[in-house]
Design a protein around this ligand. Structure first.
Ligand code: ADP
Length: 553
């Protein structure tokens, strides 16, 4: 299908006529200013990470215009957000909040219901409202990126670290409510949030945690960023990965900079070392000898961040494009890279003073020495361009963009994450890994597994890299995802997060006791959002107005 062009009809919200839409837009312009409302009538541009579109998913896995908005609005304040929510209720138009819309691999800025209105919070609401050096915390608006917060802390000369995910251009607030992770000891972003301000679907304003109690003389509560809970049920969790409210402010704890930190990596020679590596990590992580959540990567990722598949393997034409590279091909190609021949690479970081880091490293080395042929590298052992240097920055709270290099693997490179949770037990990890390898092979995709291994669970994150100009590749990627979701669920392994197109299937796998969890979520959704205006379908939660009408995929 051809791309939308200027003058093409706008993709309208479901059940809204062109006339009704036009008058609703006039109403919205009146409410928050005409210059803050933009109709999606221009050609769609995928852009790139830093200039990511807010109209659709830049990494489309269906047609580019398949998940497109009708308009984008730019509120400038919490009061504006309330006005937008009330407007949506008046007109029955679905709205989709984004902070920055760089949720790459999970759907970007796209609305789940085509023709939905994207509420781009980040464009105008990007204040760092507070950085408290004593409490080691901050309060941010949706548009604050990791880069921005990092730079502000540097500018103020504070001895504090932020925690950044693999890519630093996302929203500190948006990532935390989507339960993203980073790699310092403060890597669990939602666990390290402290206090939110939320616009509910009816326009009312709520503060969670100690913020529910007013401070003296109309000030914010003085312990809002000190204690996560209030009195009574912990409601903050229901605003993560949900469509129950729009978060306009969030507190985050910041890590006091440690005296020292040391990043390193280990390599392991055989694919089959996998099970033993996982079993060695478990006690190190449970005993908190590992300083952060380490990453275990397959050596193919060393190739993916250094070049294109076609060039590295001299593959030409379609004959070779749609198949998985063999173990041998990968190993031979990787042998020429700085880490030398190996199958798995473990990236870790230790924190503390020099003496304690040395002691921690001794324990880690003693454990991994049990794998025959394992080797240890420090950053200074490797050339400056090696990924370990970027890893060291991320693990010390310094945002980078290096992971974008992955996209070079395929022409028109786009990617999709598959992110199941597995137990940190070698035999279980091997079962899920083998199922994922086989599924990738069936559909002709190379496998890029990055395992974030904690003491009891693994975020097994694989990146499906595909050519978004190739409809066949997209269809294969979708089939691959659907099969992996089903196969993992049959083993009892579920996704911690997923692309918005797979949310229904993933939500459907959490169906213990006749879907008790989804029935609970729907009860909450219908109570908070009776008109079903806020992000219908987000995380598989559909308001009554949409349920059972063919929206679920
Ligand atoms: P990123 O930080 O990667 O740019 P996004 O802004 O795309 O992330 O946010 C990821 C997802 O989280 C969005 O699609 C949306 O569903 C949800 N989200 C982001 N910001 C908010 C917010 N302020 N309030 C409610 N939901 C939000």
């Amino acid at each position: 299908p051809s791309q939308p062009r200027k003058g093409d009809p706008i993709r309208l919200p479901p059940g809204v006529s062109a006339e009704a839409f036009e008058s609703a837009i006039q109403d919205l312009r009146g409410a928050i200013g005409a210059e803050n409302v933009q109709i999606t009538d221009q050609a769609l541009v995928d852009g790139w990470y830093v200039e990511s579109p807010n109209t659709h998913d830049a990494f489309h896995i269906v047609d580019q215009e398949g998940l497109v908005s009708s308009a984008v609005v730019y509120p400038g304040s919490t009061a504006d957000v309330q006005a937008v929510v009330r407007w949506a209720n008046r007109h029955g138009i679905p709205i989709y909040p984004i902070s920055l819309g760089r949720n790459v691999g999970y759907g970007g800025a796209a609305p789940r219901v085509p023709g939905g209105v994207v509420v781009d919070l980040g464009r105008r609401m990007h204040g760092i409202l507070d950085i408290d050096g004593e409490n080691a915390s901050c309060v941010v608006e949706p548009g604050v990126t990791y880069f921005r917060l990092y730079e502000e802390i540097q500018a103020r000369g504070l001895p504090l670290w932020i925690d950044t995910p693999d890519l630093g251009g996302g929203s500190v607030l948006g990532n935390a409510i989507d339960r993203g992770v980073g790699y310092t000891p403060y890597g669990d972003h939602f666990a390290n949030h402290c206090g939110m301000e939320i616009v509910l679907p009816n326009g009312e304003l709520l503060r969670t945690g100690m913020g529910a109690m007013p401070g003296p003389n109309g000030t914010d509560n003085p312990t809002w960023q000190s204690f996560q809970h209030a009195f009574g049920p912990a409601v903050d969790g229901i605003f993560s990965q949900s469509n129950f409210g729009i978060v306009t402010k969030m507190g985050m704890h910041l890590m006091p900079a440690p005296e020292a930190h040391q990043s390193y990596c280990f390599t392991f020679p055989r694919d089959d070392d996998f099970e033993q590596i996982v079993d060695l990590i478990r006690p190190l992580a449970q005993r908190r000898i590992l300083g952060n959540i380490p990453q275990l990567r397959h050596v193919i990722e060393e190739l993916a961040i250094t070049g294109k598949r076609q060039h590295t393997f001299r593959l030409d034409g379609d004959t070779n494009a749609n198949r998985q590279l063999t173990r041998e091909e990968v190993h031979v190609a990787a042998a020429g890279l700085p880490l030398g021949e190996c199958a798995w690479v473990f990236y870790g970081t230790q924190y503390g003073d020099r003496a304690s880091i040395a002691a921690q490293l001794d324990a880690v080395k003693a454990a991994f020495a049990q794998v025959a042929g394992s080797r240890f590298f420090l950053p200074e052992d490797l050339p400056p361009s090696h990924y370990l240097h970027d890893r060291a920055r991320v693990c010390a709270g310094t945002p980078v963009l290096r992971e974008l290099d992955w996209l070079n693997w395929a022409a028109n490179g786009a990617h999709l994450f598959f992110s199941p949770i597995a137990p940190t037990r070698g035999r279980d990890a091997r079962r899920i890994h083998e199922a994922i390898v086989a599924a990738h092979a069936r559909h002709g995709f190379d496998l890029f597994p990055t395992l974030c291994v904690a003491g009891r669970e693994i975020h097994y994150i694989t990146n499906i890299v595909y050519d978004r100009g190739d409809a066949g590749a997209k269809a294969r990627a979708v089939r691959l995802m659907r099969e992996m979701i089903a196969e993992c669920a049959a083993m009892g392994f579920g996704e911690y997060r997923t692309h918005l197109l797979f949310a229904d299937q993933v939500a459907g796998t959490y169906n213990w006791n006749h879907g008790a969890l989804m029935r609970f979520n729907e009860t909450v959704k219908d109570a908070l959002d009776p008109n079903g205006i806020l992000a219908p379908g987000r995380n598989g939660i559909w308001p009554r107005k949409y349920r059972g009408k063919g929206w679920e995929l």
